[in-house]
Structures are given as C-alpha cells and as structure tokens.
Design a protein around this ligand. Structure first.
Ligand code: FAD
Length: 510
C-alpha cells in the first residue's frame, strides 16, 4: 500500500484529533517550519517561537505515541520554504499515494492547498479540523442574508443548541441571557491579579536558529523565559488555575485596564485555543461546571462563555462569509500610516504607551486595550485599517486572520460600514480615565480639549463624528453625540477641528 501524507499546519496542534486515534505505518504526518508562513506579515518574535516550539512539541508527542512524522525545521537543507514545494518534495520522496490536510482557518491557505490539490495526480482530501462548534458557513445560514449581524442572536442560538447554561425547560440560567451590564467596573487595585502560573520554557536555542535563518520580527523574544503553553496539558493547567483564581472576578473587571497589572483577570488562553492545543468545548464545559459547583458567579461564567461560544464562533462566521475581499474594506477611506510608536511604544500618551508596551513585551494585551485604547485612537486619527490589520496580525500571539481580521477591520475600525458593530467603538479621554489608571501622570490632560496639553483623544473624538456626519449622523445609537454636536458653539467646534488636525499632523511626536 502506498504512503499517505497527512499535513499538519502550525495552528493545528490538536493531538486529540481523530487522525491520531490509531497508528498506521502507511501514514506519515508532516509538519514544516516555512518562510512562507514567517514572512507573510512581520510577526512578533514570541509568536514565531510559540508556533515553532508548539509544532516541535506536537511532533515529539506523535512520535512518542508511535506515529511516523516527517518534520522539516526552518534550517533543514531539504526545506524548500513553501508548503507546496515541500509537499512536492515529500510526495516524491515517499512515493505517496494520497495527501490529506485539515481544513485551514485562513482563506489564503485554504486557497493555496485547494489549488495545489486540484493539480495533483494522487488522491487528495481535506478533513475537518474538529475544533470549532460551528461549520464555516453556519453563522451565514443563521443570519440568512441580513445586512447586520447581531452577535447576541447568534449567541442565544448557540446556547440553546448546545445546551450551555440552560435550564431543563430551555430557559437561560438566571432568567437572563446576558449579564454584560454587570461587567463594566473599573479595577480599584484589589483583589490583586492571580499569580502568573503559566509554564516557563527556555527557547534560547530555537530563537538563535530563527535569527540565523534571517527571519525578521519585532517585540521582545523573551526566549530564555518563555511563558506560553505549548501543549494541551500546560493549557489545561492554565485553564484550571484561571477558573479557580481569576474567573470569579472576570465578569466584574472584564473591561478594566491597569498599568500595574497587565493580565488582570483574563485567561490568556487565546493562543492555546487558536493553535488548537485546547478545544473550546472543554473550556466551556469546565467553566460551566465551576458555576454549577458554586465556585464562580453566573455573571462571570456567562461573560466568559459568551466570548468563546459567542464571539469566537461568530467572528469566524463573518470571516468565511466575507472573504475574499473583507481585508480590503475601508469605509472611511482612512490612509494614514502607523506612527513609529506602534513599533517602540514611545509616545507621551500614557494609555497607548501602556497598551502598546504590553503588546511589544508580552505579544498580548487584553480586549479593552486592543479595542478602546489602540483601536479607538487609530480610528479617531484615521490610520489605515489595512496597515493596522497587518500590525494586529503580527503583534499578538493569538492573531490568526480568521479571528484577527473581523475584530480589527470590523469591530474596531468599522471599516466594513457596520456589519459587526452597531456603532463605532470610539470614546474620549473620559472613558479611558473611568476604566483605567492610565490618565494619572500622563503628559496630556484628560479634561482639556484644546491646547498643547489637551488629551488628543478629546478633539479627535468630536472631529471624527463631525467629519462623518453624513454617514453616522443617521445612526440612532449616536443620537446623543450628534445632538451635542448640533448644540456646540461654532467657535468651539472650529477649535476642536483645528486641534484634531494638528494632532493628526503631529502623530509621530504625540
Ligand atoms: P479572555 O478575556 O480571557 O477571553 C476568553 C477567550 O474568549 C479568548 O481567549 C478568546 O478565545 C475569546 N474571545 C474574547 N473576545 C473575543 C473576540 N472579540 N473575538 C474572538 N474571540 C474572543 N482574539 C484572538 O484570539 N486573536 C486575535 O488576533 C484578536 N485580535 C483582536 C483585535 C482587536 C482589534 C480586538 C478588539 C480584539 C481582538 N481579539 C483577538 C479578541 C480578544 O481581544 C482576544 O481574544 C483576547 O484578548 C485574548 O486574551 P485572553 O485569552 O486573555 O481572553
């Protein structure tokens, strides 16, 4: 019998997949570290290390379990550095009779592998990745051609369909679907964030190999003290610690930000889940069990489950429905390149220095930093959504296009004209001050709207709404904002517009 090659991509590190249930000497599992994947966008150093180290760990586990594995390292002389060139080489080398691969989550890779398979003379087959709750087109079928996709309706269907946090009679537990209004508190400094029990790995040698290969990157490698989980057991330990120590406070402080505690009560499990070491079903089941056992309040359990059963599956549905082309949308026509401080964190705006600084140091920053500090400023200042998409895709350890793109272009930049978000997520300094300690000690004054020390968010905020009155003025959710704008003295508005245009002209030095 001829050999079957089974390709495992860098974000398909799921040792529980049915592919691995039995060993078969005729099957060779293929993993490859390729320049095609390191170079399509500039990545954070920790992201490259994490994916290579996770792949190496998976290969080790498969070999230990008795499977045949062909692993191409980045510096392997046989490595042709592209998926398809390597597959040509391996098909010839093993005289393979069949190629299998798991459904990729990125459109780019999906197309590449389908086109490649179409011209092969051997049998080729795409298998399910067995990770998500939903199929690629399930959200699209749920919304059935509707112009606006309300996450909440999709989420409720998911809860009912999968029987999560539901009563026996089909009602949501606590008689309420959503406890979001309980999740809006700033963090007063106590309780302190739980200990960081993430694993410690020394990946200095791997990092040296990555550098020797000439792969460009940015951000702190932290290779000698690498803190991301690299297999299911490590991810599960982190999950259980999160449930016990952080989840009870997750709901209350979900939107809080702090310069003193970058993790706060978040799980930091997005990399483990997006690389598929950890499946969302286990996460949801353990969180629900903690609620049932009385160790976690319903608002926290529901808030956390909503992110995974709701948002995560929903954005994936948006991605597959709108690709190709979604990555090119730019509803406001914003074209400004990113200022240098996206790459070094050196800005006098303390909130952005903190949020970008965390991102560069840890390859992570939690949702509200991504949305209401970095994304908010970018939209107000008119930065190019495509440049921003490339930055988010590169900087975050959990960034894979299917989840990053709808969050960045859709939710954060409103570049799709409002498919995901009912209104742009923008705010002035008052919001950032309410939800964080960033404004204390900032060079800019949160209450000032004009002048050298005025917080740039303030004038940019009013200017953004004024500039986009023709499109956003009709949005019912923005009625208050436009009423305030209409009531504003013409001189005040003109001064705000002048201040905003100065800020936009001086972005590099803010
Ligand atoms: P927690 O706060 O502990 O949340 C638990 C889990 O819920 C996360 O691990 C994640 O799997 C899921 N989740 C939460 N919010 C979302 C969301 N909006 N969309 C999808 N899943 C969600 N998430 C990514 O996984 N990859 C990205 O590239 C990414 N890019 C983002 C870009 C922008 C502009 C914004 C606003 C958000 C982005 N998110 C992204 C969503 C969210 O910020 C991260 O999932 C979260 O910060 C990951 O950290 P955590 O595991 O500690 O999350």
């Amino acid at each position: 019998m001829a050999t079957t090659l089974k390709l495992i991509l860098g974000d398909q590190l799921n040792c529980e997949h049915s592919w691995f249930r039995t060993t078969d000497p005729e099957v060779v599992f293929v993993l490859m570290e390729v320049r095609q994947e390191t170079d399509y966008v500039l990545h954070h150093a920790q992201k490259i290390i994490a994916i290579f180290a996770g792949m190496r760990e998976m290969a080790r586990q498969l070999q230990e379990a008795g499977h045949r594995v062909h692993y191409l390292r980045i510096d392997d002389v046989d490595n042709r550095q592209s998926l398809t060139a390597n597959l040509d080489f391996l098909i010839a080398r093993y005289q393979a009779g069949a190629l299998h691969w798991q459904a990729p989550d990125e459109y780019r890779l999906d197309q590449q592998l389908q086109n490649y398979a179409a011209q092969l003379s051997i049998a080729a087959q795409m298998d399910d990745s067995e990770h998500f709750y939903t199929s690629r087109d399930e959200a699209a079928r749920h919304f059935d051609g509707r112009a606006r996709w309300l996450m909440e309706s999709f989420y409720r269907r998911m809860r009912s369909h999968h029987g999560v946090l539901m009563t026996a009679s089909g009602k949501p537990l606590g008689d309420q679907w959503n406890f979001d209004h309980d999740n809006r508190e700033a963090w007063p400094g106590t309780p302190w964030e739980p200990a960081d029990i993430r694993p410690r790995h020394d990946h200095s040698a791997l990092w040296q190999t990555i550098q020797d290969a000439g792969i460009a990157s940015f951000g702190a490698p932290s290779a000698a003290d690498f803190r991301w989980p690299l297999n299911r057991a490590e991810a599960l330990r982190q999950l259980d610690h999160f449930i016990q120590h952080a989840l009870p406070h997750f709901g209350r402080f979900q939107d809080a930000m702090s310069s003193k505690a970058w993790r706060l009560f978040h799980s930091l499990l997005s990399f483990a889940m997006n690389s598929k070491m950890l499946d969302p079903q286990t996460v949801v089941a353990r969180v629900e069990a903690a609620y049932q056992a009385g160790t976690v309040p319903l608002a926290s359990a529901e808030g956390y489950i909503r992110q995974i059963l709701g948002w995560r599956e929903y954005v994936r549905g948006v991605y597959w429905h709108r690709m190709p082309g979604y990555d090119q949308l730019n509803a406001f026509g914003h074209q400004t390149p990113l200022p240098h401080w996206f790459w070094d964190g050196q800005t006098r705006m303390r909130c952005l220095a903190a949020a970008i600084g965390q991102s560069l140091e840890h390859a992570h920053s939690h949702h509200i930093n991504r949305l209401m500090v970095i994304g908010n400023f970018s939209l107000l200042a008119g930065l190019s959504p495509q440049a921003l998409h490339a930055w988010y895709l590169g900087v975050y350890i959990d960034a894979f296009e299917w989840v990053e793109l709808p969050n960045t272009l859709g939710m954060s930049q409103f570049a799709d004209g409002g498919l995901l978000a009912t209104k742009p997520y923008v705010a002035s300094a008052a919001y950032i001050d309410r939800m964080s300690d960033y404004c204390k000690g900032c060079f800019y004054q949160k209450k000032l709207r004009t002048g050298e020390r005025a917080c740039p968010y303030n004038a940019l905020y009013w200017d953004f709404f004024q500039r986009n009155a023709a499109t956003l003025g009709k949005n019912q959710r923005l009625g208050m904002v436009y009423m305030q704008l209409r009531k504003m003295e013409p001189g005040t508005l003109a001064a705000l517009q002048e201040q905003a245009s100065q800020s936009r002209a001086a972005l590099e030095t803010l």
